[in-house]
Design a protein around this ligand. Structure first.
Ligand code: NDP
Ligand code: 8X3
Length: 252
């Protein structure tokens, strides 16, 4: 009998993470969906339960204790995680370095970098023990190229890329796949969070067709569905209108 794979997705309550949950559910992959907004987790679970088995974990990735307790609490039939999607994260603010808010900087480093590390530390040792698994880290074009006022967010995503490359080297002896998926502009709640709901957030995706969360989810599914000998190591994906972090062709 072919056992269904189990995927744990952080940041599954919105955007890329939620779209990935839907994409994986279509394929019958069993899901552990994580996020801080419990009511959203329940809504998504109800929607996907018809297609696959779903378990939810409600925790903040930047809370080290909560991360380890949550993974520890998994019921037996969800304990063996085959695929880890480290997706939770956000940008907070878009300010020149001398004007940035310390709380924003801490939030980005705590969730995008330290949170990714905590979740990875809670899960990867079981993969090394089994000598199998696939870790996908959601980086960003901001992890490859710094843009004005992107300073700390770009630093956090450069760190994600460095961690991903380090993981690929260290986990190589265990046959574990490690992938970086690095999108450019994706139309999600990302800008609402970055600009704290301010109206400027509504303009970010105006005048061009940005990537949609599902576009990224399809690439993530492509990466996890390759044959055993193929690892999609690093993907940089833009919408057609985007050529770099600072070049976006907009119709005004
Ligand atoms: P959204 O704001 O739509 O989703 C972010 C998700 O991350 C939410 O599910 C949120 O869940 C979760 N999250 C954020 N902080 C924490 C935390 N501290 N603990 C637990 N969960 C957290 O944005 P996107 O879907 O666009 O972003 C997903 C990832 O993609 C991020 O890493 C982002 O940096 C990256 N990315 C986004 C791009 C874009 O243009 N949108 C482009 C390139 C990369 P909850 O609030 O319920 O906890
Ligand atoms: C999100 C893309 O360009 O807003 O990572 O940094 S960008």
């Amino acid at each position: 009998m072919c056992m269904k794979k189990i995927a744990l997705i952080t940041g599954a309550t919105s955007g890329i993470g939620r779209a990935t949950a839907h994409e994986f559910a279509k394929q019958g992959i069993h899901l552990i969906l994580c996020g801080r907004r419990e009511e959203r987790l329940q809504t998504i679970k109800e929607a996907l339960n018809k297609q696959t088995e779903v378990h939810t974990l409600n925790f903040d990735v930047s809370d080290k204790k909560a991360v380890f307790e949550a993974i520890e609490s998994l019921p037996d039939h969800f304990k063996t995680i085959d695929i880890l999607i480290n997706n939770a994260g956000n940008a907070h603010g878009l300010d020149a370095i001398h004007e940035g808010d310390l709380k924003d900087w801490e939030a980005m480093m705590d969730s995008n970098v330290k949170g990714l590390l905590y979740v990875s530390k809670a899960i990867i040792p079981q993969m090394t023990k089994r000598r199998s698994g696939h870790v996908i880290n959601i980086g960003s074009s901001a992890g490859k190229e710094v843009y004005p006022k992107g300073n700390v967010y770009c630093a956090s995503k450069h760190a994600v890329l460095a961690i991903t490359e380090g993981m690929r080297m260290d986990l190589n002896p265990f046959g574990i796949k490690v992938s970086a998926i690095n999108p450019g502009l994706v139309e999600t709640e990302f800008s609402q969070v970055r600009f704290k709901g301010e109206t400027i957030a509504n303009n970010v995706y105006k005048g061009y067709k940005a990537l949609q969360a599902n576009d990224v989810a399809e690439v993530i599914y492509f990466a996890i569905s390759r044959p055993a000998h193929v690892n999609i190591a690093d993907v940089l994906m833009f919408c057609t209108a985007q050529a770099s972090s600072t070049i976006v062709k907009k119709e005004i």
